[in-house]
Ligand binder design. Sequence first.
Ligand SMILES: [Zn+2]
Length: 289
Amino acid sequence: MLLNLRPLGERFLKSKIGNGHNAFFWFDCWTPFGPLIKFLGNTGPRSLRLPLDAKVSDACSEVGWLLPSPRSDNALLLHSHLTTIRLPSQASHADCFFWEVNGTKCSGFSSSSTWDALRPREETKRWTKSVWFKGAVPKMAFNMWVTCWNRLPTRQRLHAWGVIPTDECCLCSKEPESRDHLLISCDFAAVIWSAVFRRLSRQSRPFLSWAELLSWSRHASSQAPSILRKLAVQVSVYHIWRQRNNVLHNNISIPPMTIFKFIDREVRNIISGRRHRKRWQPLMLLWLG
Ligand SMILES: [Zn+2]
């Protein structure tokens, strides 16, 4: 299995040439051009008159490199590079090998930075900062993260998978329970958001979409800095979802303004727990507004 990973590891394993006795001329990465067998192609060994198993030291004598005149652009580049490095026959120390990730030499092998360089990356989502910010409550940030990916097991999704017979909203029974309905356009959610708006901004009309909710949370004003908006959004989303589960699993229905009281208390507790942080100090007054 490890041998199968050799092509992946090739780009990370570099060698610094000493006396040239250990490094393979064609296969080790001892010049900036990577393995020379790839750089010069399969005809390289014939045109440089060096066998495939040659070591770097086989390519030079006491006085200079033993390579025929270059016949390609890449061979020319190799020749000019070789004039800049010390002749291996004049070095007394052995070649050394090291692991390099994105131009940085690691001390030993670093699995974390290697994985980081290899893993497929997606562009950072614009909403990342609305989810992960300093002082966020982990369980709420996680719930927000799942919600942003639209992966909450709403009844609309469960119904589409054939798990439940109906997709109607647990809180109002008027519309299919999608993320955007449940957390934005549902009458229940609308009551909560208007209570949040009374605290934080003069906005009087409800959010029209999830994107608008995120953009509102990123916005900053003197009476509602972005961090307070993000906090209020995370706590509200968490509690709306929790209440939805309460209705679904425990048949306990609580009016939205009572849920807002929980949200209010939770926001106050979170701010008060972080009052020693400078950025959080003004938030309590702004929230109580
Ligand atoms: Zn609803």
